[in-house]
Design a protein around this ligand. Structure first.
Ligand SMILES: Nc1nc2c(c(=O)[nH]1)N[C@H]1C(S)=C(S)[C@@H](COP(=O)(O)O)O[C@H]1N2
Ligand SMILES: [Mo]
Length: 318
């Protein structure tokens, strides 16, 4: 199946070189070198001082030693189709999106369905810092100091029944507040899903903050999913509905282009996107510049999550 060009997605668009270099803080002759060698770091960029993160965090790198991106980078380069297809335009267009009060409706195959208030959930479930790499299917990546709580804690509260096999998540549907949803080319609201064991894994969090502060709208305020071993599009934003279900949910991307976006979406350097390799990624560096680095299986979280997929053919179940 081919997607009409009118529906070309940010996942499908090769990163715009000009905006990418601008984001990375690279200008002038170095920019051309960088582009020509596919995003490799030049010597002059390597000697630049490390970017100073702005915000309240306890560590400045992930467990592999990758420095966290700056608050400005993380809040000004976003995928959020409800506001814009342009990563650099989302922040401005989402600025006045009101995210308080906010409730999540939890239902389906659970013993305790209901409307859960976000502030109550935060008080009860105590968000903590988690520094995770975010790897997008378009092959750029950042390192982000989230504030969140394990999804498993929320699921334990609502008590899934024995027939529940998957979790389905949905973003707010409100075409007045989210003008991008007027685009008939997508199956709004934005929907994502996890298998129940993936959802119960301790690495899987619902993030309510970043850099020690509440999330900004462009990052999915007031609550969004973060699954660090999966491509970024799994991280459904501004969630209003969570359902426990028996059948595998169909995500917005699966319905838009089933040959390009599977349910699992595990980061995998050996399983290419139909239109480009996934073997390398362009790490946007806090210090400015871009580093081309090999992509790691399960985004480097394989020790923790590989057992979830034992016996599965990851090329077929992509
Ligand atoms: N509702 C909604 N959630 C979404 C998206 C979107 O367009 N709408 N984009 C996804 C994609 S493709 C990515 S890479 C991440 C980006 O999250 P960030 O802007 O916090 O980096 O959000 C994901 N969640
Ligand atoms: Mo993405």
């Amino acid at each position: 199946m081919k997607i009409p060009s009118s529906q070309i997605t940010p996942e499908a668009i090769v990163l715009n070189r000009r905006e990418f270099l601008k984001l990375a803080g690279v200008t002038g002759a170095g920019a051309w070198m960088l582009a020509a060698c596919g995003g490799g770091q030049t010597a002059s960029q390597a000697t630049q001082p490390a970017g100073i993160p702005n915000g309240n965090i306890s560590a400045t790198s992930d467990e592999l030693g990758n420095p966290v991106n700056t608050f400005d980078q993380i809040t000004n380069y976003n995928n959020y189709y409800e506001f814009s297809f342009e990563k650099e335009s989302v922040a401005g267009l989402a600025r006045d999106f009101v995210t308080s009060p906010w409730q999540i409706e939890i239902g389906g195959l659970v013993n305790k369905p209901g409307l859960y208030d976000i502030e109550t959930l935060k008080r009860t479930l105590q968000p903590e810092e988690r520094i995770y790499r975010l790897r997008c299917v378009e092959a750029w990546s950042m390192v982000i100091p989230w504030l969140g709580f394990p999804l498993s804690k929320l699921l334990t509260l609502v008590e899934p029944t024995s027939t529940a096999k998957y979790v389905r998540f949905q973003t707010l549907f409100d075409t007045a507040r989210m003008p991008g949803q007027k685009n008939p080319g997508f199956a709004w609201p934005y929907t994502e899903g996890l298998r129940l064991d993936e959802a119960m894994h301790d690495l899987t969090i619902l993030a309510t903050g970043m850099y020690g502060k509440d999330l900004l709208p462009q990052n999915g305020a007031p609550i969004r999913l973060v699954v660090p071993w999966k491509y970024g599009f799994k991280s459904v934003k501004s969630i209003v509905k969570i359902d426990l279900v028996e059948e595998m949910p169909t995500s917005l991307w699966m319905s838009a282009a089933p040959n390009e976006y599977g349910f699992y979406a595990n980061v995998n350097p050996t399983v290419d996107h139909p239109r480009w390799s996934q073997a390398y990624e362009r790490r946007i560096l806090a210090s400015g510049g871009v580093e081309r680095v090999p992509t790691l299986l399960f985004n480097g979280y394989q020790d923790s999550v590989a057992s979830l997929y034992e016996g599965m053919d990851l090329a077929r179940d992509f």
